[in-house]
Design a protein around this ligand. Structure first.
Ligand code: GLN
Length: 242
């Protein structure tokens, strides 16, 4: 971070912002401002270049065709990879998660290269689409409370040897491989299948991104009663028999 300003980049709101994922940008922005940070939020449409000077980049989910277009443009742009080399933090959801991997199956049924920022490969699940509320335990190394979110995807994501599972599911499908993993991360690049918006349901993940960006171990506490009530309600909903 330079000039005491946090640069938050929301990638391709015109292609990747289904299921209210834009809420993730609102949550990070608000929680940063509540800590007295000056935030410059940049929403980068798919016809604009990705800046390399961002601190935190967010990417949401999308339908299959916009997902292919987004992958093509991000590959051509090349700046997100450069930003990550410079230490940027990336948090991606669903289609965005798949795009950050080595490859995924596009809307034409073809193997589409991703950005290779996550050591994962996504294929098309042969079974039923994964839809529903999820409850999972986040990797203990990250020191976060249980993950609550909503999934809606056909893709199944396999982790390579260098990716760590972001979480282990207790309820729901997550990566869809049957091994109980949900999401993945490599260094400061995170991917999850969770919508919700996931950072509204899990504000301490937003704080983790802020801590990484600021290079601090702790942030001043803020009133999380509203978030806690939402978490409680959604965790109870996930535990209801289908
Ligand atoms: N098209 C992808 C899939 O179904 C991602 C969907 C999404 O972002 N919700 O796997």
């Amino acid at each position: 971070m330079s000039d005491n300003q946090l640069r938050l980049v929301w990638i391709y709101p015109d292609l990747l912002s289904t299921y209210g994922d834009q809420g993730n940008a609102l949550v990070v922005e608000r929680r940063a401002r509540q800590r007295g940070l000056d935030v410059a939020r940049l929403d980068v449409r798919s016809d604009q270049p990705i800046p390399t000077s961002g601190d935190i980049y967010l990417i949401g989910g999308g339908e299959d065709r916009p997902q292919r277009l987004a992958a093509e443009r991000l590959r051509r742009d090349g700046h997100l990879q450069r930003a990550v080399q410079n230490g940027a933090i990336v948090f991606s959801v669903c289609a965005g998660y798949q795009i950050l991997g080595h490859e995924f199956i596009n809307d034409l049924g073809q193997r589409e290269p991703g950005l290779g920022l996550l050591d994962v490969v996504s294929v098309r699940g042969e079974g039923e689409r994964c839809v529903g509320d999820v409850l999972a335990d986040i990797d203990p190394q990250l020191g976060l409370p249980p993950l609550t979110g909503f999934e809606n995807h056909q893709g199944v994501t396999h982790l390579g040897p260098t990716a760590r599972p972001f979480a282990r599911t207790k309820i729901g499908r997550g990566n869809g491989t049957g091994d109980g993993t949900e999401g993945a991360y490599n260094g400061t690049v995170f991917g999850t299948y969770m919508h919700g918006p996931v950072l509204a349901r899990n504000p301490l993940i937003a704080d983790l991104l802020l801590k990484l960006a600021l290079d601090v171990n702790a942030l001043p506490p803020i009133d999380d009663r509203w978030y806690d009530a939402l978490r409680e309600e959604r965790i109870a909903a996930a535990q209801q028999p289908a």
